[in-house]
Design a protein around this ligand. Sequence first.
Ligand SMILES: Cc1ncc(COP(=O)(O)O)c(C=O)c1O
Length: 457
Amino acid sequence: MSFRIPLAKPEITDADREAVVEVLRTPYLSTGPKVAEFEGALCDYTGAAHAVAVNSGTSALQLAIRALGIEHGSEVVLPSFTFSAVLNVILLEGLCPRFVDIDPRTYNCSAEALLAAVTKETKLVIAVHTFGFPVDVAAILEGLPRRARNKKIVVIEDACEALGAEVHRRKAGTVGDAGLFAFYPNKQITTGEGGMLVTSDPRLARRAAQLRNQGRDPSLGWHSHAEIGFSYRISDINCALGISQLARIEDVIARRQKLAETYDRELANIPEIIRPALECAVGRISWFVYPVQLEAEFTADDRDRICESLLQKGIATGRYFAPLHGQPVLASRSFAKGNSQKLPTTEDTKVHEGSVRHQPPSISGKGGSTPPETKQAPAAQRRNINSPARQCREGICNTDTVRFSGRHDFEEQYLPKTNFVAERVIQLPFFNELTEGQIREVCRALKHVIQDARCNT
Ligand SMILES: Cc1ncc(COP(=O)(O)O)c(C=O)c1O
C-alpha cells in the first residue's frame, strides 16, 4: 500500500547511487575492498577499535554471543520492549531470557533496572538503545557484580536503532564488550540490509570475522574451517551504499533532531498525547523513530482505531513493539513447558480491575489500565499465580516470572510498564525528508481523530 505520508523512507542521493554503480563496474561484488572500507569508516566515526560488517543486525548479535563464548543455558538479562530479533537470537543460542521492565519516559530499561535483574546465574546483559535513546551502559558496567575474570558478566550494546547516539560523549555501541548496528532502510543510514559488530577486543573481532565466513580461519590455510560457521557476509554493493550514507550521518542526526523538535512543538496542544523528551541525561539521542503515547484513559483498541483513522487519511503509523515476554514462540520452548504464556498480572486488564484501586474509564468505555506506578504486583494479582516459585522449580514458568529454569524472584519479573506502553505507543511518520508541512498535517490529523474518538463514545 502506498501512503501520502509513509512511516519511514530511505534517503538515497545521487552520490549513493554513484557509489553503488561504481562497485557494479568492478569484479568485486562481495568479499572485496568495500567491506573493509565500510568497517574502517564506522570505526573512525564511532571510535571503535574493530568492526566486522555482516548481512544484518541479527547476525551481528548472534556472532557477538558466539564470539563472547556465552554458553547454552546461560541466563541473559534484556528488555522485553524491543525487536523480535533479540529474542530469536537468544532462543537460537539456547539462552534463558530474563526480561526487564522499561522506563515509559525513555522506552529503555534503566541501568538500575537491568542491574537489579542480574542474578548469580546471569552471564550476559543486553542493553538496547531503544529508538535511539541512549542507555547508561557505563553505569551498567560500573554496577555489575565483580566476579572472577573468566566468569565476568558481559555486556552487549544493541545500538541497531542508535547509530550516532552518545553515552556520556562516547558513541553508543562502543562502551560495552561488544556493540551492534543495523542498516535496514528505516534506520538512520541504510545499506539495504546489513549490520555491524564493533568491539575493542581484537580476539573477539577475529572470531566474529571467522564465524561470519563459514568458520574459516585464514591463518590455517586455504579454506580451512576452524569451527562451524555461518554465511553472514555482506556484499561490497551494500557496503558502498553504507560508506556513502555514513559520510553524512552527522547531518542526518541533526535533521532528525529538528524533526523531533517540530513534532514536539506541534503536539504540545494535544493533551491526550505524551511526547518523548527531546533530551536525555545520558547523552545525545539519535532519533530512529518518533514515538508518542496515548494517555492512560486509552486502550489498545482505541489506539488501533486512531491508527486506522490516520491510515484512511493516507498517514502511516507504527505500533511497535509487541513485548517479547508474551511472544507465542516462548510457549513452544522446552524450558517453558507447561507455560500458558498468559500474563494475568500484566496484560489482562480484567485482572487489573480486581486489583487496582483507581481505574479511569477508557474513551471507548471499556476501562483502560492504570499507569503502572508500583514495582510489585498487587497482592490480589499475586494470588492469581499458582505458586510461581514452585512452578519454576518444576520447570513450569509463568511468563510474569519469565525465567525458565532454577529459582527466581517473582516480584522482580513483573512488567507492567512494558505492557502499558506497548498498548498505547504510536510511531508517527519519521524520515530524513519529512517536511515541516507534513508534520503539521500529521499532528492536525491526529488531533482530529482523537477528538472524533472521544465524540463517538
Ligand atoms: C533493537 C534491534 N536489534 C536488532 C535488530 C536486527 O537488525 P536486522 O533487522 O538488520 O537483522 C533490529 C532491527 O531493526 C533492532 O531494532
